[in-house]
Design a protein around this ligand. Structure first.
Ligand SMILES: [Zn+2]
Length: 710
């Protein structure tokens, strides 16, 4: 995953001067930054670390400075003489000021997740909010828009990255409604405000919905003992209370309860959460979204939302989903047949069918009976230090880089590490990354890459090289035992470090296009592709060995079993994802004014067609927060997965496989270096050397694509 600080098309730079020091190695083998900073001059670039705020007062000061600086720059753009407006003074200046404010926002986003001081975290959280609220107003400054428009009216013949920046800046204004007559713009603004209010209400209702469901011990047969013993679950002599709204309560019962009636009862309760409040709200939300899109000149809200994405139109996204739906048909049939056989055996009914309240239970049974793998035993092969070194060796090789530890002038926590990435052939410094890898109180509790300073060409012509951080939560080392990772952890590390590479190897000129600032339906794909590395025996053998006996490698049979288990239920998994994505698009499709579809009927029909029918008289969609959150963007998950599989074939087919340096060079040049400075559709085709295909994705799921659809 990738953490993004602001909704702005921007990002970072900080005024920071780390002290100049000579590049001599320190006692611990760390290199000082100073030598690299001198070296950067030869490449007309800058390599600097930001100054991190360490007190609430410093944070508040930074926020007000950032806003004052950016407002000053906006004032200057707004005051330009329309007859003498230039690219740099208008469109360029806007990117520049966004980058400056984004720098502060990025840094605070990291501080709020990592500072050991709760008061500093709270101040950073508050500062982030202030910056976000301020950022919303940028696009609505009529004086600034007038200057940008005055420049556009000169009809500049721009090409390449400048042309793209120009086009997209105008597009942002059009999307905000700035080119509408004043009265229509006011209408749109009014509708947007109402929409914000209703979507907030929808999400609050999802959060507030509670439904206790009572069962007897016999009804919960199969549920784990430690679940039944939990305080709050056992509520009487033979009474157990399961909260339908607590997801892990729900999944524990759905995966383990033997009685079909129990699962059905809980499914009905879950699929009716927030129904009374949210069904009418959803109808209003969909009508408002449609009305806004139409006033802005789009056929539908889905078209409006998807325009800046890689898919560009709702029709393209839908066509992709339909193709995948058909392609997955043979796989879901096999999986359902396997589950049906288990249910027929359990119930004695040869005609047993798998329902929406059965699949979690039989998936779990299938995993236990047929594909069981003890994933814990693999930890011994993945001591953290060896995994990290091994991963560095692979990335250094495929991308032609050197990675070395640097003496960090400032550390927010003692076990923080800083590294410098340089080009192996030219010794050009490319960027810096921090590793904050182990859990502690008050720290962010997932795994993510945080951009701190994005790369970009500074107005004076020098290139600012990027700085990023990985913030992770691997098991801490203990006395006598190193940190031992699971296979899944290793996959996550390869994924997150892929985002760091994407950011650091950038050559885009504008902050808006730099590094991972690519469309949301593409940003995960390169990192998802890199997850394939940890399923390759040759890759694993290059670093994974039993830490007690380094001669012992991971047995092939164990890896094969692990792959089999991963694949076993992917058909059901993806068809469920596709059902969500398809009803998300259907609900946001074009609708005649004043007519809204029945969201319950539309979503239930699609669930029944693409996945499994929900129980009668339920309203799953009323509790599906993603519909409001990722509106018309749910397709992006499967979309990026399919691209990731497609891109992996370039390595798979290369002579050196996942170690191939020419495939790595292509990834570096065609994907990482260009970022969003050209259309990612073009970049992917250049990397692939052919048009895109969903066949590799289906093939990875074990589907014979010669007989399945294209
Ligand atoms: Zn990611």
């Amino acid at each position: 995953m990738r953490s993004i600080a602001l909704l702005l098309p921007l990002i970072v730079l900080t005024a920071c001067q780390s002290t100049e020091r000579s590049a001599r190695s320190t006692a611990a083998g760390y290199t000082a930054l100073g030598g690299w900073q001198k070296r950067a001059e030869r490449f007309n670039s800058l390599i600097t670390l930001p100054t991190f705020e360490t007190t609430p007062a410093a944070i508040r000061q930074s926020v007000s400075n950032a806003i004052a600086r950016a407002d000053g720059a906006l004032d200057r753009i707004g005051a330009l003489d329309p007859k003498r407006v230039s690219f740099q003074g208008s469109v360029g200046a806007l990117d520049d000021l966004s980058y400056g404010a984004g720098a502060t926002a990025n840094r605070l986003a990291l501080i709020k997740e990592t500072s050991p001081d709760p008061a500093v975290r709270a101040a950073a959280t508050e500062g982030t909010k202030v910056l976000q609220e301020w950022a919303v107003g940028i696009e609505y400054r009529p004086d600034v828009y007038r200057s940008i428009k005055a420049y556009a009216d000169t009809r500049p013949g721009l090409a390449g990255e400048d042309g793209k920046l120009f086009e997209e800046t105008l597009r942002d204004y059009r999307r905000a409604g700035m080119d509408l007559p004043a009265d229509r713009r006011a209408e749109v603004e009014q509708l947007r405000k109402e929409l914000t209010r209703l979507t907030t209400d929808f999400q609050s209702n999802v959060t507030a919905a509670k439904r206790p469901v009572r069962f007897t011990r016999a009804e919960l047969e199969g549920a784990p003992e430690d679940f039944l013993k939990r305080p709050g679950v056992r509520t009487g002599d033979d009474e157990y209370t399961v909260m339908a709204n607590i997801t892990w309560h729900y999944t524990t019962v759905m995966e383990n309860a033997k009685q079909e009636a129990t699962r059905l009862k809980l499914e009905i309760e879950r699929a009716n959460l927030a129904r009374e409040e949210n069904v009418p709200l959803l109808q209003k939300i969909l009508a408002l979204r449609s009305a806004i899109a139409q006033k802005l000149g789009y056929r539908s809200w889905a078209d409006y939302q998807i325009e800046p994405k890689m898919a560009k139109t709702a029709a393209t996204a839908r066509e992709f989903l339909e193709k995948l739906k058909t392609g997955l048909q043979p796989k879901i049939e096999i999986e359902l047949a396997e589950c049906r056989a288990l249910k027929a055996r359990d119930t004695g009914n040869p005609d047993a069918k798998i329902r929406s309240w059965d699949w979690r239970y039989y998936n779990n049974q299938l995993k236990k009976e047929k594909y069981s793998v003890d994933s814990e035993q693999l930890r011994a092969f993945f001591p953290y230090d060896k995994v990290l070194e091994g991963m560095f060796r692979i990335y250094q090789r495929i991308f032609g880089l050197n990675i070395e530890p640097i003496d960090a002038p400032y550390k927010w926590v003692e076990d923080l590490r800083l590294y410098l990435v340089s080009d192996a052939a030219t010794a050009e410094p490319m960027g810096l990354f921090y590793l904050d890898m182990f859990p502690r109180d008050g720290k962010y509790n997932h795994f993510a890459e945080f951009g701190i300073s994005e790369g970009r060409r500074l107005p004076g012509g020098k290139y600012q090289r990027p700085v990023v951080a990985l913030v992770c939560n691997f098991p801490s080392p203990r006395p006598g035992q190193p940190s031992l990772l699971t296979h899944r952890d290793v996959e996550t590390l390869f994924h997150e470090f892929g985002h760091a590479m994407h950011a650091i190897l950038t050559r885009a000129n504008y902050g808006r296009f730099s590094g991972t600032s690519v469309p949301g339906d593409f940003v995960e794909a390169p990192s998802q592709m890199l997850e394939n590395w940890v399923w390759d025996k040759r890759v694993l053998d290059s670093f994974a060995a039993n830490y007690k006996n380094p001669a012992e490698k991971i047995p092939k049979a164990v890896l094969d079993k692990l792959k089999e288990a991963k694949l076993a239920t992917m058909g059901l998994y993806y068809r469920r994802q596709l059902a969500f994505a398809l009803f998300d698009l259907a609900l946001h499709a074009a609708m005649p004014e004043g007519q809204t579809p029945d969201p319950v009927k539309v979503s239930n029909d699609i669930l029944a067609d693409v996945f499994l029918a929900e129980p009668e008289n339920t309203a799953f969609v009323a509790y599906f927060g993603h519909l409001v959150e990722y509106d018309a963007g749910y397709y992006g998950y499967a979309w990026a997965d399919a691209i990731a599989a497609d891109m992996a074939t370039v390595f798979e087919k290369s002579p050196e496989g996942f170690f191939d340096t020419s495939a790595g060079k292509r990834l570096r040049e065609e994907i990482y270096a260009v970022g969003d400075s050209r259309d990612v559709n073009v970049s992917i085709e250049k990397f692939l050397g052919r048009p895109r295909s969903i066949k590799p994705f289906l093939k990875n799921l074990g589907i014979n694509t010669d007989t399945a659809s294209k």
